[in-house]
Design a protein around this ligand. Structure first.
Ligand SMILES: [Zn+2]
Length: 153
């Protein structure tokens, strides 16, 4: 896991390094730290391509990040602007994330069962034992039931 200050540090570093990409509201980096290096590399490659292409005249529209999130165990990087090359970079980053543990970044795979996640063996085992603990927690089950009944009323 990671602490709030580690997250803040990462976000600050990204926004400072790529201010043009994060000029619009984008909702933060809603993915685990295992994917942060992928995002850092992706943003670096994108901005480098834009700056290089636009040296003399504006050819490639500036990329504005709209949202970064995890969906069905995969990385989703939504943005405006860019060109075909950048769209290829984003596909590459999403494919890379699809085989990297979202928690630690080591090789991982898609894990079914409840919330679909991309995880390595270690973090999948950890997740399964947490799920098992929660399932066996009678007090928690009782309170979940109470909440569900409360909502049904
Ligand atoms: Zn892992």
């Amino acid at each position: 896991m990671y602490t709030e200050s580690q997250y803040e540090e990462f976000e600050k570093r990204m926004v400072e390094a790529y201010p043009k990409m994060f000029a619009e509201p984008y909702g933060g980096f809603a993915v685990g730290p295992g994917w942060w290096p992928i995002l850092e590399t992706l943003c670096g490659q994108i901005q480098h391509h834009i700056d290089w292409k636009n040296k003399k005249t504006m050819i490639v529209p500036q990329v504005n990040v709209a949202q970064i999130k995890e969906k069905f165990g995969g990385l989703r990087f939504y943005y405006d602007g860019g060109d075909e090359y950048i769209s290829g970079l984003v596909s590459m980053a999403e494919s890379w994330a699809a085989c990297s543990c979202e928690t630690c970044g080591t090789p991982g795979e898609r894990r079914e069962g409840g919330w679909i996640r991309t995880l390595c063996d270690t973090h999948e085992t950890e997740r399964q034992s947490t799920i098992k603990e929660r399932f066996e927690d009678k007090d928690l089950q009782k309170s979940i039931l109470e909440v569900m009944q409360g909502e049904a009323e």
